[in-house]
Ligand binder design. Structure first.
Ligand SMILES: Cc1cc2nc3c(=O)[nH]c(=O)nc-3n(C[C@H](O)[C@H](O)[C@H](O)COP(=O)(O)OP(=O)(O)OC[C@H]3O[C@@H](n4cnc5c(N)ncnc54)[C@H](O)[C@@H]3O)c2cc1C
Length: 490
């Protein structure tokens, strides 16, 4: 069987590697010059930046992926558990470290509120149960109909999923202190949601970051990309970079030819990893689209972002590997990101600063630091050099004030990547950085399907599909698609 994969993000790379391992002849067309998609690499003057993902979470999922090839993550990179897992700056009043050691976090919660440790234990017990249940029964499952969703086990456990309650309500009824609430709610940011629009069962994410822990692959997330790219090549996948797909020619409900900027190609099956909305709207004529313009326009998109890559000629000692700067009034901040009527460049943004050079000597020249600053923004906002620069200065004013240091005078490398770059580099719909939010109506069965409903040999893998956003999730998405194809064709 011949397969064409469109896009070499984590979703495309993993699908290609898994298919080739099964015996498919696989060709991958990628628009850009390197594999990884959102996990591309940028380097300048010996500063190395992972442009997208920086949190290595859910290590069990990576293990399960590599096991398909008889391998372990450690065969490709050294995995380090970070301690502290991350540092949170609450406005300019308070700073806390969330530790790798759970006991220390229980102490922290006791300091934040009465019976904090007991409440956290109970919360984490429930989030662990849900995580285990999701891994066993939900995440690796393909949903084709409501019957698949309402299987017996899910119904039995349905009362625990509390699907009608949002995360904010769930956390607020259990915890009183602002800091405890924020520690538990921010984890939903990994899934591109706001606590108010994400179902409470996603509190399983606290099991992921607090109990399972936060890891770092030495050499950066690019080592993970490299490992899957190498696995794919080893199994015979043929990659073509700088070759964007422009059209899918359909005859008799099947893709006949894939048209790129360089030629026309045929295959038995096509797996699209490129942005789902872009591929449906730009590759296919109206009658062959599963989802039309109106559908995409009515989706709740996950945030876009402005990301600042800075190389500085000293070490910013007050920062650890992962740092969150959370605004006191962050609910208002969520509105400017998630409520289309209030969408705007935020006045007092919350933001995230990643310092990989804190853990990884290869990330920056000796005595220097690599800073990655990410500020979530509403997709579809106007994006101009002037807006970026003034927003950059706002963030740097805030960061420098909180750290009590002048960083701007020590910058050696600076690059800003924002909405228009997501659009142009990745063909991201409205410049979204993360794809589709995990609202109830965009989870599981209700996420865009892995198989086209109109074109018989057309499949989709990546963050727009179930199970959703994040590197581990895209690996699972590919596993689902490849299992589906193996059942059908092998
Ligand atoms: C700034 C940022 C930070 C993040 N942080 C984390 C994190 O810490 N941890 C985590 O787990 N996840 C994180 N994520 C999410 C994670 O990176 C994504 O969920 C995941 O990488 C998505 O992979 P994908 O393969 O679905 O999509 P993509 O990576 O977008 O891959 C799609 C590929 O298709 C290509 N393409 C587009 N159009 C065409 C075309 N016409 N022809 C050919 N190719 C095309 C694109 O160039 C791209 O390479 C982050 C994402 C971003 C943007």
């Amino acid at each position: 069987m011949d397969a064409i994969v469109i896009g070499a993000g984590f979703g495309g790379l993993s699908a290609a590697a898994l298919l080739a391992k099964k015996g498919f002849n696989v060709k991958v067309f990628e628009k850009n010059e390197q594999p990884g998609g959102r996990a591309s690499v940028y380097s300048d003057k010996d500063f190395y930046f992972d442009m997208g993902p920086s949190w290595y979470l859910m290590p069990d999922v990576y293990e399960r992926f590599y096991a398909q090839f008889g391998k372990k993550p450690e065969d490709f990179f050294k995995l380090e558990r970070l301690d502290p897992s991350y540092r949170i700056f609450f406005g300019d009043k308070k700073l806390v470290d969330v530790a790798a050691d759970l006991e220390k976090n229980f102490e922290l919660f006791d300091n934040l509120e009465e019976n904090g440790a007991e409440k956290l234990k109970e919360y984490l017990k429930s989030s662990e149960e849900l995580y285990d249940f999701s891994i066993e029964e939900m995440l690796y499952k393909d949903y084709n109909s409501i019957l698949d969703f309402l299987n017996g086990k899910l119904l039995l456990r349905g009362y625990k999923l509390n699907i009608w309650e949002n995360l904010q309500h769930y956390v607020n009824k259990k915890f009183k202190s602002d800091e405890a609430r924020k520690i538990l709610e921010y984890a939903i940011g990994f899934l591109g949601g706001s606590p108010a629009n994400t179902p409470s069962f996603y509190h399983l994410m606290s099991h992921v970051d607090l109990t399972m822990g936060v890891f770092y692959p030495q050499g950066g997330m690019r080592k993970v990309v490299e490992s899957i790219y190498n696995l794919a090549e080893f199994h015979g996948v043929d990659f073509s970079f700088n070759e964007p797909v422009e059209m899918l020619e359909v005859h008799d409900h099947r893709i006949k030819r894939v048209i790129t900027n360089k030629g026309a190609y045929e295959a038995d099956v096509i797996i699209v990893n490129a942005d789902y909305a872009h591929s449906e709207l730009d590759f296919l004529t109206k009658e062959n689209r599963t989802y039309d313009d109106k559908y995409w326009n009515s989706r709740v998109l996950a945030p876009s972002a402005m990301v600042v890559y800075l190389g500085v000629d000293y070490t910013v000692d007050k920062l650890v590997h992962h740092n969150l700067f959370l605004d006191e009034d962050w609910e208002h901040g969520f509105d400017t990101i998630f409520d289309p009527k209030k969408a705007a460049w935020p006045e007092n943004p919350s933001y995230y600063v990643n310092v990989p050079s804190r853990t990884d000597l290869s990330a920056a020249p000796k005595g220097s630091d690599t800073l990655f600053i990410l500020i979530p923004l509403a997709p579809g906002l106007e994006d101009t050099p002037e807006l970026r620069e003034s927003f950059y200065n706002k963030i740097m004013d805030d960061l420098e004030a909180k750290l009590g240091e002048n960083i701007r005078d020590r910058i050696v490398v600076k690059r800003i990547f924002a909405l228009n770059d997501f659009k142009h580099r990745y063909n991201a719909y409205k410049g979204t950085a993360l794809g589709l939010s995990h609202t109830l109506r965009q989870s599981a069965l209700w996420r865009p399907a892995h198989k086209s409903k109109k074109v018989k040999n057309l499949y989709y893998s990546g963050h727009y599909t179930h199970p959703g956003i994040g590197v581990p999730m895209t690996l699972i998405s590919s596993q689902i698609v490849v299992d589906k194809l193996s059942d059908k064709y092998l």
